[in-house]
Design a protein around this ligand. Structure first.
Ligand code: SF4
Ligand code: SF4
Length: 214
C-alpha cells in the first residue's frame, strides 16, 4: 500500500514539474510572438560586437619572442612559429608567424597565455573568402589593424539587444547617450576596485561567534 502511494506521489510531482517546465518554455515563445522583427540592413548597418567578442587575432611581430607558448596552449596546435637559432648570439630569430583562420576556433587560449601580449582578439568578424587557403594569415596580415564598426564612416552602427536601454527592442534611432541595461564593464571594474580598497571586507570571510562563516 505504501509503495503504491509513493508511486502516485512521484507521478504527481513529475507531472507538475513537467507542466511547469512546459509553461516556462512556452512563455518564451509567447513573449517572442508579440515582438516585431527587426531588420539590420547589412552591410550598410552593422551590429556592434560585444566587449569581449573574440574575432580575428591581431599580432605584433616586434613583441614576439618565438617562445611557442601559443602553439602549446592551442587545442589544435595551430599557430606556426617559424624561427631559426642564431649561433652567434645564441638567440632565436623569428622569420614568420601565421594562423589559419579557416581552422581556428577562436577560443582565445593563445591570446590568454602569450607572455608578451603580442596577440589580441579584435572585433573583426568578416572573414568570408572564396578560397579557404586565403584565410591562412601571415604576420603581415595578422598585423593589420582591425576594422571597427563604430569608427567606419560608411556604416551605421547598431547596438545589440543586450546593450539597448531598458524596454527598447529596436536599435534604430536610439539616442547614443541613453544608458544600456546593466552595468558597463569599466563600472564593474571600478566597483570591484572600490570594494578591494575598503580593506577587502567584501572578499574576507568573517566568522561569527558560533564559528560559522558569514
Ligand atoms: S606565445 Fe606570444 S611571444 Fe610566444 S611565440 Fe606565441 S605569439 Fe610569440
Ligand atoms: S584562438 Fe584558439 S584555436 Fe585559434 S590559434 Fe588561438 S589557441 Fe588556437
Amino acid at each position: 500500500m505504501f509503495g503504491f502511494l509513493k508511486k502516485v506521489a512521484d507521478y504527481t510531482r513529475d507531472a507538475r514539474d513537467s507542466a511547469k517546465y512546459l509553461a516556462q518554455g512556452l512563455s518564451v515563445t509567447f513573449d517572442h510572438m508579440r515582438r516585431r522583427p527587426i531588420t539590420v540592413q547589412y552591410p550598410y548597418e552593422k551590429l556592434i560586437p560585444s566587449e569581449r567578442y573574440r574575432g580575428r587575432i591581431h599580432y605584433e611581430f616586434d613583441k614576439c619572442i618565438a617562445c611557442e607558448v601559443c602553439v602549446r596552449v592551442c587545442p589544435i596546435n595551430l599557430p606556426v612559429v617559424d624561427w631559426v637559432m642564431n649561433k652567434q648570439t645564441k638567440k632565436k630569430e623569428l622569420r614568420n608567424y601565421s594562423i589559419d583562420f579557416g581552422v581556428c576556433i577562436f577560443c582565445g587560449n593563445c591570446v590568454e597565455y602569450c607572455p608578451t601580449n603580442c596577440l589580441s582578439m579584435t572585433e573583426e568578424y568578416e572573414l568570408s573568402a572564396f578560397d579557404r587557403h586565403s584565410l591562412n594569415f601571415d604576420n603581415v596580415a595578422l598585423g593589420r589593424l582591425p576594422t571597427n564598426v563604430t569608427t567606419d564612416p560608411s556604416v551605421q552602427p547598431l547596438r545589440e539587444l543586450a546593450y539597448l536601454p531598458k524596454g527598447v527592442m529596436d536599435p534604430h534611432d536610439v539616442p547614443k547617450d541613453l544608458p544600456r541595461v546593466g552595468e558597463l564593464p569599466e563600472n564593474v571594474l571600478k566597483r570591484i576596485a572600490t570594494e578591494e580598497a575598503k580593506g577587502g571586507q567584501s572578499n574576507s570571510v568573517q566568522l561569527n561567534p558560533d564559528g560559522d562563516a558569514s
